[in-house]
Structures are given as C-alpha cells and as structure tokens.
Write a protein that binds this ligand. Structure first.
Ligand code: R5P
Length: 326
C-alpha cells in the first residue's frame, strides 16, 4: 500500500502536468511548488519555491512533442535541485525522447539516446524511472540505476477483460517481436509477425506476414506510434490475409499528423505517457503504476514485483489505491 511520506517530494516539468498530478494523487501527495518563466530571448528560467535540502526529489517529465524544450527544461530543473542540496534526484520519464536513435544504423549518424543519457547524468540525476524504452539496452547508456516499467500488464488486463475469441497478437515489425511475444504469452494466444521495411522516416513497406491471421481477431502491439505508417501498413497486410477484426495497443502515442486515420483499425488502446486528446482512442492511465514504482524506490522495495509477479495480485492493489482518488 502506498504511504504518504514526508521524505520525498514530487515535482512536474511542463510537459505533462496531468500525469504528474495523477501520480501525486495516487501517492496521497501534492506537487512541489516551482516557478517557471521564459525570458524574452527564449531562455528558460525556473525557481524551486520550497525547501528540498536533504529530500529525495522525483521529477516527472515526458519528452514528447517538444523534445528539445522539455529536455532543456529538465536539465535546468535537475541543476536547480542539485544546487538546492536535494539528497537524490530521480527522473520519472514516462516517454524517453530520442530513444529511437540508439545505434549507428548508417555511417556518420549520432547516437542521440546516449547523448541524452550523458546530459541527464552530468546534470545530476541519480536515478531514472521510465516505461517501455524503445530497446532495453538504453538502460546501459546510464551509469545510474534505471527502473524500467512495462505497460504490458495494463494492456493485458484490459484485453483479458474483453475476452475476445480467436485472438492473435501481431508484431507490426521484427523490432516489436519481443514485446509481442510477451503479450501473446500473457494472453495465452498465438503470435504472428509482419515483415516491415522502413524506406525513410516517413515511409514503410510491408512484404509478408509470418503466421496465420485468417479469421482471427488481431491485436497489433507496438511501443511507439508516430506517423502511424507502421501500424497502418501492418493492419492492411492483416486485412489482406483475412483478419476478422483489428485492434492496436501502443504505449507511446506520439500521433504525429493524422496517424491511424483510415487505417482500418477498429480500436486503438494507448497509455497516457504522452498527453493527448482522447478522441477515437482508449487511454489507460499509467499513474498508478508510476506511483507504485515511486513507492518502491522510496521504501526500498522490489520494483520487479510490478511486472513479474502475478498481474492480478499487483493490479488489484493498484485498483484499491485508484479508488482512493478524490
Ligand atoms: C520502430 O521500431 C517503433 O517500434 C515503431 O514501430 C515506430 O516508431 C512507429 O513509427 P511510425 O508510426 O511513424 O510508423
């Protein structure tokens, strides 16, 4: 059970105050006071408006939509907390921006995910708490503890309740295969894989499906939906192979442009790691999960119990916390 604890304080960056407030509410805490201003030349100024000396500080900042602005703001906040003598500075990053630039896939390109990790650590962050990183290896870009949460249990719980017959989990590309396999195992259904080739930042090509989706209710799963081309192209391929219905579950709904319009996907389930208006998608709150994770950090409890132990047991606990919301 989450307990109110005066030893930690939760602050929000400007990227996703709604989620930060949700996490605070789950923890029975209120958000710390901070003043933000923009100078006439565009520079960011902040001032922490309460004493944080000797406190464990948690900062919620999601990197979507204005990644460069939110990253700079976060670095400035971390610097301010460090200089205000916070005991520790944990970053709650529901969506880790630049995660897709995690390797040199062609010559003379940066590894920006590593650069971001270096910047955060150099600024003074002592821990990162994040969700569904594009690849697990990004944890290794940091030399501080990284607690990596998964949205899968939230989606699995939702789909178990829907109890769809003839369900099959489909990975829209080989990169999402590991995630899709875990979904299939948790839901106890078959798995199929779409063979996707990215031709450019804005263009994908699908050639074949490995597995049989004919007559099945398809659940496409992916960590990110940006232009929607990956999911749209996978949905078209499934439809062509005779799928009965198509749904999608996406952790980070970047939804650039008119993603997923006319994709033929009947229902899209997302989480709230990125702020969005909810038209046309079903959003699942991650606030209880992040609150539980913060509680684990503060009270030195195991976080892995949030995704490896019995799902129902964990989420019954989260439900009971959620009911306490005002
Ligand atoms: C790629 O490897 C990711 O897992 C997503 O499939 C990708 O970022 C989706 O991008 P888009 O929606 O632009 O196709």
């Amino acid at each position: 059970m989450i307990q109110k604890d005066g030893s930690f304080v939760l602050f929000s960056g400007s990227s996703h105050e709604g989620l930060a407030r949700g996490i605070a509410s789950e923890l029975g805490a209120s958000l710390g006071k901070i003043l933000r201003e923009t100078f006439p030349d565009g520079e960011i100024g902040i001032q922490i408006q309460e004493n944080v000396r000797g406190k464990d500080v948690f900062i919620v900042q999601s990197g979507a939509r204005r990644p460069n602005h939110y990253l700079m703001e976060l670095l400035i906040m971390v610097d301010a907390f460090k200089r205000a003598s916070a005991r520790s500075i944990s970053l709650v990053l529901p969506y880790f921006a630049y995660a897709r630039q995690d390797r040199k896939e062609k010559p003379r390109v940066p590894i920006t995910a590593k650069l971001v990790a270096n910047l955060l650590e150099k600024a003074g962050a002592t821990r990162v708490l994040t969700m569904d990183l594009h690849t697990d290896q990004i944890q290794g870009f940091f030399d501080i503890p990284v607690d990596h949460l998964y949205a899968r249990p939230l989606f699995v719980r939702t789909f178990k309740k829907l109890a769809l017959k003839n369900l099959i989990v489909v990975s829209p590309d080989v990169g999402s295969n590991k995630m899709a396999r875990k979904f299939a195992e948790d839901l106890n259904v078959d798995l199929a894989i779409v063979d996707k080739r990215r031709i450019g930042a804005d263009c994908v090509e699908t050639s074949a499906i490995i597995g049989d989706v004919s007559g099945k209710n398809v659940l496409l799963v992916d960590d990110i939906c940006s232009t929607g081309k990956t999911l749209r192209s996978a949905a078209l391929a499934c439809r062509k192979e005779g799928a009965q219905s198509i749904r999608a579950a996406v952790t980070h709904a970047l939804f650039a442009k008119e993603a997923l319009e006319d994709s033929g996907i009947e229902e899209v389930y997302v989480t709230d790691t990125i702020p969005q208006d909810l038209r046309g998608v079903k959003s699942i709150s991650t606030a209880p999960l992040f609150a539980q994770a913060i509680d684990c950090v503060v009270h030195a409890k195991s976080i892995s119990s949030l995704f490896t132990a019995d799902l129902e047991e964990n989420y019954e606990e989260i439900d009971s916390v959620s009911k306490k919301r005002p």
